[in-house]
Design a protein around this ligand. Structure first.
Ligand SMILES: [Zn+2]
Length: 486
């Protein structure tokens, strides 16, 4: 007995020693060393003014209506006026009436081209009061204000500023660079980016790199990490909806059966909510922790250095909040429900819609099977509604494309950590899934947690400083493209 009592503390001490030892050895796998690059000089007043004018154009996508043609054409004209060298040197095509596609011919036609994306449309400003009116484009307090300042006119104009300034210096890219600006991203992008993608599909084009909006530089957002983290979106979730339906008896509600179709379907919804799809730290989120874990305070670092022991603890923490839960699993959300149209009429047929977002390790078939098994009720039909999309493939964070993006981030933002991440929303890159193995959903918006609600919300704004660095990032990305070859 006494021997056992001595052995237990000894084991604990050995275990603790082992955990601490691993914590001390815990280092990020990336040890990319970048030289400091002196920041490109940019006329901040002129660049700010051009973005401000773009924000003033109301290229608003409504639920069922694309942006008004007149505003879209004014935006096209503003772009042509604002970037005369781009207009003169790149081939410009208007695709499907309103989207823009630019071709910047490279020296070497043998190399696969690169595609930089953005979108011209915005969501409405809403009814809430803004500090500066939503379409004012006001430049005040160090910020450029208005709808599109973050999503996504800063990206379109930031890319164009970068190209214009490189053209001014006589820069010619080695490989061809396309700029694609869709006009209906906020409506799924089928008429804009979708049509552009189809054109490239027809011509058999493969891209060495595709970049678009998505993840950001997160300042104070990644728990336990004091430094800002540039989260490089290497994958995007799939999405779609299931329709659940059940038919039963008709008749008057004064003589009901024990369960109506609404009751049967309600039980099914409860089953779905009580049986979430399995969570995992595999994939992009695990890769992110490998890179940011070493920057955490000792206690958390110990946890992430010893994932063999602590994965269940980490997962349960992440599952506790909707935002982080969405990163570790396929989510299911019952969003619509219909029974009878009249209060005293039995519902002959009840239907419900369950929206799902598919983690890259799952697929749509697996989601449907999981739901069928959770419900375990033959009476209920489960079908996938049209328009569902599989999750994207995962861009290799050790690959050349990711490294080029990482290098460009580090050169412009030397004090941030860089880590791969899963993009849980969806961008126009959805249309390009089969056209490149290297799709990056990242643009260098520097956001604190209180800023994230500005996207599609009130008081959207970008700091002038962030916008200048945004332009510098795209300049470095274009200058660094030769590194794609190894
Ligand atoms: Zn957007």
């Amino acid at each position: 007995m006494r021997r056992v009592l001595v052995a237990i503390p000894a084991c604990i001490i050995v275990l603790l020693g082992f955990l601490v030892f691993r914590t001390i050895l815990f280092q990020a796998p990336d040890s990319m060393q970048t030289e400091a690059v002196s920041p490109a000089s940019i006329d901040s007043a002129a660049a700010g003014d051009r973005l401000s004018r773009a924000i003033q154009l109301r290229t608003v996508s409504l639920q069922e209506a694309p942006p008004p043609a007149g505003e879209m054409f004014r935006l096209h004209a503003l772009i042509a006026r604002s970037f005369p060298l781009v207009h003169a040197s790149l081939r410009r095509e208007t695709i499907n009436g309103y989207s823009l596609l630019y071709t910047w011919q490279g020296r070497n036609a043998e190399l696969d081209p690169v595609l930089l994306m953005g979108h011209l449309d915005v969501v409405p400003v809403g009814l809430e009061e803004w500090t500066q009116p939503g379409f004012s484009g006001a430049i005040a307090d160090g910020y450029i204000w208005g709808r599109g300042a973050l999503d996504d006119k800063s990206q379109v104009f930031g890319i164009l500023e970068a190209v214009e300034s490189l053209l001014r210096e006589g820069f010619v890219p080695e490989r061809t660079v396309y700029l694609a600006f869709g006009h209906d991203e906020e409506l799924n992008g089928t008429e804009g980016a979708g049509v552009i993608a189809e054109r490239f599909r027809q011509s058999g084009t493969r891209f060495a790199l595709v970049t678009d909006e998505g993840m950001i530089i997160a300042d104070g957002i990644v728990p336990g990490v004091a430094k800002p983290v540039a989260l490089i979106g290497i994958a995007q979730k799939g999405e779609g909806s299931l329709r659940l339906s059940v038919s039963g008896e008709t008749g008057h509600s004064s003589m009901p059966p024990p369960n109506t179709t609404v009751g049967i379907l309600s039980r099914a919804i409860v089953q779905i909510e009580e049986n979430p799809m399995p969570a995992t730290l595999d994939g992009p989120i695990g890769m992110m922790f490998e890179r940011v874990g070493p920057a955490m305070p000792f206690g958390q670092r110990l946890v992430f250095a010893n994932r063999w022991l602590f994965d269940p603890v980490i997962l349960s923490q992440l599952e506790a909040k909707p935002q982080t839960n969405a990163s570790v699993r396929t989510t299911l959300a019952a969003t619509m429900f219909q029974g009878s149209l009249k209060d005293n009429q039995l519902p002959y047929r009840a239907t419900a819609v369950v929206n799902f977002r598919v983690h890259p390790r799952d697929n749509i078939d697996a989601v449907r099977e999981h739901v069928r098994e959770s419900i375990n009720d033959e009476r209920i039909q489960v079908e996938v509604l049209p328009g569902a999309r599989e999750p994207s493939s995962v861009t290799d964070p050790e690959g050349a494309a990711y490294r080029v993006v990482e290098k460009s981030v580090r050169e412009v933002f030397p004090d941030v950590l860089v880590a791969p991440a899963l993009f849980i929303a969806i961008s126009d890159t959805r249309h390009f899934a089969d056209l490149s193995d290297n799709i990056i959903r990242f643009h260098p918006l520097w956001l604190r947690s209180e800023d994230t609600a500005r996207i599609h919300g009130v008081n959207e704004r970008i700091s002038v400083e962030n916008y200048l660095n945004y332009i510098r990032y795209y300049r470095r990305l274009l200058e660094n493209l030769p590194a794609l070859d190894g």
